[in-house]
Design a protein around this ligand. Structure first.
Ligand SMILES: [Zn+2]
Length: 73
């Protein structure tokens, strides 16, 4: 999986970690993205992440994130 914004490639296929990366949260395990992400895009990632957290909070299975993996490659 390669980051669109900083061109780093990761061996991890975890979209959740990738999400932390593009949201520039180093605690995700991939470090913070050094690329310049347009605000709208950043908001999109953030919204997606929030939604995903809510889904997880309801105890549903973690799998929907694959729907957006095209956004990262
Ligand atoms: Zn990046």
């Amino acid at each position: 999986m390669r980051c669109l914004w900083c061109n780093s490639s990761f061996s991890s296929q975890h979209a959740t970690r990738m999400m932390s990366h593009v949201l520039k949260w180093p605690k995700g395990g991939l470090g913070a993205c050094t690329g310049i992400i347009p605000k709208e895009r950043y908001e999109w990632y953030k919204e997606f992440h929030d939604k995903k957290m809510k889904i997880r909070g309801r105890g549903m299975r973690d799998g929907r994130v694959d729907d957006c993996s095209d956004q990262f490659t």
